[in-house]
Write a protein that binds this ligand. Structure first.
Ligand code: ZN
Length: 371
């Protein structure tokens, strides 16, 4: 059984008193654990204050000397296991099969459980793929850091594109969860012929729900801002729909359904609705507008059955600005490698043209929903 999603930060780490391991040393980082893990009791006794964990392969030891010896000899010192599927801006994602890298996947799972609050045992590693988020400093290319990961069932009857996600505590609040979520949608291959639209495994934890809601809102906001709007000058002017359309002649308004948006973004209908509500950009269409304005989203469950609504681009832009959202997706299509590599670069050119609309690249730390 796969675990629920959990992204992260706990507000009160001290409340979990039954933790068998109190702190971990990962590479040269020491930090407290949040939850109990299922380390074998003959190797990791209860009330272990410090567990030393290899930052490359997640092997563990209570003995600092054994740990030091291992880190000198670790087989994964210079490169992560598996295949690199994404690489952009120093961040890469590596796919590994739990069946081929069983020990690695088990050790990673044991470590992750220290920060995940669910009871499910998730050591059925052979039925899962693991995607490691890796950072490599360009000035020090031999040295890499695993910052987090997500897992995914190889065969998911519910088309889940993600089973479990964790950004390790020292690396949280850097928007890395969104990077992993974005990658998980891309490699769910909904865009390809045989791909299915899906989402994270349910039920979501409270933390997972908040993180995903924000991610979905940004995904939909980007879609609404970028699709078909290749005239960046129109950004945020809030003109009447008819005038704008006549002037640009580029069909800036479309009639679309929630399902259409879902198909375009690879998102389940219910998740699209969640995002649209969260964005707060949906206005009821008056009968007069209904006939005239064309950027309508027809009703869906929760938005009013059969009801047509208007989404104004200016309102989406306001939301994006207020939430410091970079219009450009942090997950770059051209960062995907191998079978995930883009087949053409159309999306990129649209993204480029609209890049200046909203504050560029969220350098500043955003109000993090994960916390
Ligand atoms: Zn190691």
């Amino acid at each position: 059984m796969a675990p629920n999603d959990e992204l992260a930060s706990r507000t009160d780490p001290s409340s979990s008193t039954d933790r068998n391991v109190k702190h971990v040393v990962l590479g040269d980082l020491l930090f407290p654990t949040w939850y109990q893990s299922i380390y074998p009791e003959d190797l990791v006794t209860k009330d272990t204050d410090r567990l030393y964990v290899c930052r490359w392969c997640f092997r563990y030891s209570c003995d600092v000397h054994a740990y030091a010896k291992h880190t000198r000899l670790c087989h994964h010192r210079t490169t992560p296991p598996g295949t690199k599927v994404y690489d952009h801006g120093g961040y890469s994602v590596w796919e590994l099969d739990g069946e081929c890298h069983k020990l690695y996947a088990q050790n990673l799972s044991l470590f992750a459980k220290l920060f995940l609050d669910h009871k499910s045992v998730f050591f059925d590693v052979v039925s899962f793929l693991y995607y490691l988020l890796v950072f490599t400093d360009p000035n020090d290319p031999e040295n890499y850091y695993v910052l987090g990961f997500f897992s995914k069932e190889k065969l998911s009857w519910d088309a889940n594109n993600l089973a479990c996600i964790l950004v390790f505590p020292p690396y949280q609040r850097k928007q890395l969860g969104k990077l992993l979520m974005g990658v998980s949608y891309k490699i769910s291959s909904w865009e390809r012929d045989s791909g299915l639209i899906g989402g994270p495994e349910r039920p979501l934890s409270e933390m997972g729900r908040r993180s995903y809601t924000r991610f979905w809102e940004e995904r939909i906001a980007r879609y609404l801002l970028l699709q078909g709007w290749d005239d960046a000058e129109d950004a945020g002017e809030g003109e009447a729909e008819g005038e704008e359309e006549e002037r640009s002649g580029k069909h800036p308004h479309e009639l679309m359904t929630v399902q259409d948006i879902g198909l375009a973004t690879g998102m389940l209908t219910e998740d699209v609705v969640t995002a649209l509500k969260g964005l707060g950009v949906v206005e009821s269409a008056t009968p007069a507008k209904k006939r005239k304005a064309k950027d309508l989203v027809s009703g869906e469950a929760g938005l009013g059955e059969g009801e047509a609504v208007i989404i104004r681009r200016a309102t989406v832009l306001e939301w994006a600005k207020a939430h410091h959202m970079a219009v450009r997706d942090p997950v770059r299509d051209d960062g995907f490698l191998g079978k995930w590599a883009p087949r053409d670069s159309d999306d990129e050119s649209i993204a480029d043209s609209a890049d200046g609309d909203v504050e560029d690249e969220d350098e500043e730390e955003e109000e993090e929903e994960e916390g």
